[in-house]
Design a protein around this ligand. Structure first.
Ligand code: SF4
Length: 210
């Protein structure tokens, strides 16, 4: 289940969740927990681990911009859910409960948000976490390759993901062909995995909520 928080302080050129920059519904932490329990099918007295949906992902926008993310994450874990967070890497993630699985971006040059990575986050990442690079160009790939090697990311985290930009259906930005990216990865023999936005291949790429 996704809990999508409104607002982001970055403006990646290929952002596909710009609808999350504004709007949304103001909810207290307790409101969010009650909604998660209802949607997850967690019965009274049962652990979140036994719910029909035992995994909650906190995302955005940028979820670390809201102070309430910390009590929300703590309470979800206390309720027994597995909790993940998707973050741009621009905010320090060291205040999250240690059980939270972090999926952390490092922004590449052609995102338009280069050099926004909070370097202290390298010390916060651990063996259950993932680092993700979203790649638009060969220049992005070379940046991601150097960053991965220089900071020995593959030794720090569960996996390093290289994910090609998916072409905007409305033509606002071009994509990077997955096959091209795979050829670069194989040629260099990098200890990284390909990450595709599977929902955009399974459903119409503009469909939300899948
Ligand atoms: S950090 Fe994420 S939500 Fe924010 S602009 Fe970039 S892609 Fe969009």
């Amino acid at each position: 289940m996704f809990v999508r928080l409104t607002g982001c302080n970055l403006r990646c050129t290929w952002c596909d969740t710009a609808y999350a920059f504004h709007g949304g519904t103001k909810m207290s932490v307790e409101d969010v927990l009650a909604r998660v329990d209802a949607l997850a099918g967690r019965a009274d007295g049962l652990s979140g681990a036994q719910a029909k949906v035992p995994l909650v992902e906190l995302t955005g926008g940028e979820p670390l911009l809201q102070e309430e993310i910390y009590p929300l994450a703590e309470k979800l874990i206390a309720a027994g859910y597995a909790v993940m967070i998707e973050t741009s890497g621009e905010r320090y993630a060291g205040r999250l409960p240690r059980e939270v699985i972090k999926i952390m971006d490092v922004k590449c040059p052609d995102s338009g948000e280069a050099d926004t990575f909070e370097m202290r986050n390298l010390e916060v990442l651990n063996a259950k976490d993932e680092v993700k690079f979203v790649l638009a160009t060969r220049r992005d790939y070379e940046f991601a390759r150097e960053f991965t090697v220089e900071h020995r990311l593959a030794e720090r985290v569960k996996q390093v993901l290289f994910s090609p930009v998916f072409e905007d259906p409305a033509g606002k930005w071009p994509g990077l062909e997955p096959r091209k990216l795979v050829e670069w990865m194989l040629a260099d023999g990098l200890p990284v995995r390909l990450g595709l936005q599977l929902h955009k291949f399974v459903w119409d790429p503009t469909t939300k909520g899948v």
